[in-house]
Write a protein that binds this ligand. Structure first.
Ligand code: MRU
Length: 508
């Protein structure tokens, strides 16, 4: 499929989305200022597309700042800051910038290679997410062609190719499963009217355009089977920032009991932002609202509220579908994380001793996304209740480190005997199979601090009880106890009843 954005010999080339659908005006950007203007003015728009533009911007900066084999790294970094802040809401922009910047020490060619890799991945990523979303909707909606409502533009113009939510619509349409798409016009810049209606017509997908306020009314009137939209940022708790007008569609969908599905690449998921309330919502110029087609519509000087995006709380989102997973939220299905964890654990009978069902977490740790999400979930469960993390040897180390990183707090390691230098504090414990001891350095846990103890499995509770003793032995407090898996039948939680315990996945 033709790419909406590309690199051509020291220039970023694309089409000016402001002039569409009638005027196909090519844009050739050769300076950082031109790129920033193009992003800020929405000549390049749509979260994945601005992510790619951001990465190519770093390549452009490196190209412009390389002289006789020497790259002005500080100059590239300064450009990176400016590019990343051209628009604040879509996390993809800073993601693309960061990814290309990660190669700056290797020179301009390496930066360009990284930016081109990111550009090259985009179509496959969108197609995979779109396929998953189509499958999800087939399973969720009544059989037969669907009446779909979408908002803004999430098609090939908003990405490099294919599109996210509109990609899912293409996928369904190709299988004869679209009865009609209702496209919201998307005031004030009309991405739905100018771009989505144009892309749908190009594909021959049956559609009608409606004013934004007709969307919730159409849902309430039973004219819509499902809502599919894209996203600009998905917070760790599942709250979704997307084009203004999305929230009212989600409320209407929730009330009508129809699926509200968000299709977005993994790069739109922002585990560093805990919830939607932390997402910066871009406010744009008053003229976008007061004027229409270059003519003023409101009285001169009318004060304006013009947020470009809104936040839909996770409880209104049926699923966030990415290229690698379908995150199902809401009451019927839980958070989806326990099921994903269950899929990533191999249960090995009679290991290491006869009668023990060993929970092998190797597949869990091999999946970066699930480790990240589990850490975010643990951090969320104990938010504001801990100042440091104590991770237990050995399989508690990686998840403990991920929780500490996520929460930006110090990590302390509790080790098996004889591994730590200097004065140590020890606590012995019985295991499901055998006995052991845990140690921390006496100076390791600051007195008075609140410690989140993190391990892989809560079985009999012996290890975690010993860890709690280490914490109190250092004069610190147990802020909480978190484990990935809990073996309910072994009753370990009862031993820890004086502490707050959170486990993500339960094995009966
Ligand atoms: O202001 P825009 O046009 O960049 O806003 C775009 C949206 O809100 C899209 O829905 C989102 O970026 C997803 S695009 C695949």
């Amino acid at each position: 499929m033709e790419h909406a954005i590309a690199w051509d010999d020291g220039a970023i080339v694309t089409i000016d989305q402001r002039a569409l659908p009638d005027d196909h005006r090519p844009l050739r950007l050769t300076t950082i200022d031109e790129l920033i203007d193009a992003i800020a003015a929405l000549a390049i728009r749509g979260a994945p597309a601005v992510g790619v533009a951001g990465a190519l911007g770093i390549a452009l900066s490196a190209h412009l700042r390389a002289h006789e084999g020497e790259l002005d790294e500080a100059g590239v970094r300064a450009d990176a800051e400016r590019i990343a802040s051209a628009r604040p809401t879509a996390v993809n922009l800073e993601w693309g910038v960061r990814r290309a910047l990660s190669r700056v020490a290797d020179g301009a060619d390496a930066v360009l290679a990284e930016a081109l890799a990111l550009l090259g991945e985009d179509e496959a990523v969108n197609r995979a997410a779109a396929r998953r979303a189509a499958e999800f909707l087939r399973a969720r909606c009544a059989p037969g062609p669907l009446r779909i409502l979408t908002h803004c533009n999430t098609g090939r113009l908003a990405t490099v190719a294919w599109g996210t939510a509109l990609g899912a619509i293409r996928e369904l349409a190709a299988a004869g499963q679209v009865a009609e798409v209702l496209a919201g016009e998307t005031r004030p810049l009309l991405q739905g009217a100018r771009l989505t209606a144009w892309e749908l017509a190009e594909e021959g997908i049956p559609h009608r355009l409606c004013v934004d306020s007709a969307g919730p009314a159409a849902i309430a009137a039973g004219m819509v089977d499902c809502v599919i939209v894209g996203a600009d940022r998905v917070a760790a708790n599942g709250d979704v920032a997307n084009k203004i007008g999305t929230y009212s569609l989600a409320v209407a969908a929730g009330r009508a009991g129809i699926p509200f599905v968000v299709v977005a690449p993994e790069s739109t998921l922002d585990s560093r932002t805990f919830s939607g309330s932390e997402i910066e919502i871009e406010e744009r110029a008053a003229e976008e609202v007061t004027h229409h087609g270059g003519r003023r519509m409101a009285p001169e000087g009318t004060p304006v509220f013009n947020p470009a995006f809104d936040v839909t709380p996770s409880e209104l989102v049926t699923a966030v579908v990415t290229e690698t997973r379908t995150l199902v939220r809401g009451k019927e299905d839980g958070s989806g994380l326990p099921d994903r964890i269950a899929d990533r654990i191999d249960v090995i009978p009679d290991f290491p001793n006869k009668g023990v069902l060993f929970q092998d977490l190797a597949p869990f740790y091999a999946d970066a996304a699930i480790v990240r999400d589990t850490a975010a979930e643990m951090a969320r469960a104990f938010r504001g209740k801990f100042d440091c993390v104590l991770a237990l040897e050995a399989r508690g180390f990686p998840i403990g480190a991920a929780v500490a990183q996520h929460s930006d707090v110090p990590l302390i390691l509790a080790r098996k005997p004889g591994k730590l230098p200097g004065e140590v504090i020890s606590a012995g414990y019985g295991l499901e199979y055998g006995k052991d001891t845990l140690e921390v350095q006496a100076k390791g846990i600051p007195a008075g601090s609140r410690v989140l103890i993190v391990d892989d499995v809560l079985a009999t509770g012996g290890t975690l009880t010993a860890a709690a003793q280490l914490v109190t032995g250092c004069g610190a407090l147990v802020g909480g106890i978190a484990a990935i898996v809990e073996l309910d039948a072994l009753g370990g939680r009862a031993k820890l009843s004086s502490h707050e315990v959170f486990t993500v996945h339960h094995v009966a």
